[in-house]
Design a protein around this ligand. Structure first.
Ligand SMILES: [Zn+2]
Length: 83
């Protein structure tokens, strides 16, 4: 279906734009939009509304966020600000 291909292309462009913008602004990835829902920038799992309410602008699901923070702590590269 061309419809799906279009969505995939939009998604890809959006992901690139957002990941570049997110890198300099929030210090973390921004969520991708799939079928109108905000999804994890890493694994594309839908981010629960409760999580979005608690962490506005969060771009990762809980699992990926933990991975990111774990990796950042271990490598000591990019420290995330604690909230
Ligand atoms: Zn994820």
């Amino acid at each position: 279906m061309s419809d799906d291909a279009d969505k995939a292309q939009i998604h890809e462009a959006e992901f690139l734009a957002r990941s570049m913008a997110g890198a300099k602004s929030a210090g973390g990835p921004e969520p991708v939009v799939i079928d109108g829902a905000l999804c994890c920038a890493e694994c594309e799992t839908k981010i629960p509304p409760a999580r979005l309410a608690a962490r506005p602008g969060v771009g990762l699901c809980v699992a990926c966020q933990e991975e990111l923070e774990k990796g950042a702590r271990e490598s000591g590269e990019r420290e995330k600000t604690r909230e």
